[in-house]
Design a protein around this ligand. Structure first.
Ligand code: SF4
Ligand code: SF4
Length: 296
């Protein structure tokens, strides 16, 4: 049996800012919503979203015998998160200016589970950070971390939406569980909807066919999308959010920027140099050729 208070103190000690624990549960309404969203074409050919939908809704299909889901979040807000100066070109989403979060968060989750195993040797399970089909944001809401904002991201009262999530799906029960988030959420605010330069935001879901982040980070779309100076990702619907504006800068040094996006001469960079410089960066998902196309 895990102890909720122990999980939270270990999560903080390995570098997470927030942690909640919730029972494994079946999110059937989210599954139905995702199926409807895909059927409307909003997925824009991102076929990975169409696979394993039943696993997304039910974590016991990912981890046999799963009982609890530990949801952790870490802030990554940095000096670029709340917007570039108006004349800026070649903008990069602020999460992509640090070491790839998959690397850092996976290590933090492994450290968390290793520590929990010390007191609960029977613990088993799997850790994910954007690496498996699971409704991470829904679990985060159920674990009390925050709510789903109108831009479809998790928003936390303390750190806004500039948080990265990691989850551990484990086979142990916990002595108690967190309650779902019950604060005011977005209330009457609609700033993110108004800020999206391509009108991609519907209330709590995105039309990815219009989204700059999808167009610059995911596989090349067949249609063109106006990029408004962004060459990898886009923070427009986050930098305007009042919760993000008042959030503190990240304190975990693993999420400090390692790139100054304003000082890179992309046109002079070869593919080999790009691979060398950005091997452990989220930018490794793209190529310098594609970045040059985005600049053009
Ligand atoms: S990432 Fe940019 S383009 Fe996509 S929904 Fe947000 S503001 Fe709109
Ligand atoms: S900008 Fe406003 S509407 Fe959008 S997520 Fe933030 S609080 Fe919610």
């Amino acid at each position: 049996m895990l102890k909720l208070s122990h999980i939270k103190s270990v999560a903080a000690s390995v570098g997470f800012d927030l942690c909640g624990v919730v029972r494994c549960q079946n999110f059937d309404s989210d599954r139905l919503f995702l199926e409807h969203w895909l059927s409307e074409g909003y997925g824009d050919g991102l076929t990975y979203l169409e696979r394993n939908i039943d696993k997304r809704a039910d974590a016991t299909k990912l981890v046999e015998g799963a009982k609890s889901v530990i949801v952790c979040a870490v802030s990554y807000k940095n000096r670029y998160s709340c917007g570039y100066p108006p004349e800026s070109k070649n903008k990069i989403a602020s999460y992509a200016l640090t070491t790839d979060y998959h690397i850092n968060i996976k290590r933090m989750l492994q450290n968390l589970c290793a520590e929990l195993k010390q007191s609960t040797p029977t613990l088993s399970g799997r850790c994910f950070t954007d690496s498996a089909p699971i409704f991470e944001k829904r679990y985060a809401v159920e674990a009390g971390l925050g709510w789903i904002g109108r831009q479809s991201l998790l928003v936390t009262p303390q750190f806004g939406s500039f948080v990265l999530l990691g989850v551990a799906v484990v086979t142990e029960e916990c002595d108690s569980y967190d309650a779902p988030y019950s604060g005011i959420g977005c209330a009457e605010c609609r700033r993110c909807i108004d800020a999206c330069p391509n009108g991609a935001i519907h209330n709590r879901h995105i039309d990815t066919r219009r989204c700059i982040s999808r167009a610059t980070v995911e596989k090349q779309p067949e249609h063109s999308t106006p990029l408004h100076g962004w060459i990898f990702g886009c923070d427009e619907c986050q930098s305007c959010c009042p919760y993000n504006i008042k959030a503190p800068l990240a304190t975990n040094p693993l999420f400090a920027p390692t790139i100054d996006p304003t000082s890179i001469d992309w046109q002079k960079m070869s593919e080999a140099e790009f691979k060398l410089h950005f091997a452990t960066s989220p930018l490794s998902r793209t190529t310098v050729e594609r970045i040059k196309q985005n600049i053009d």
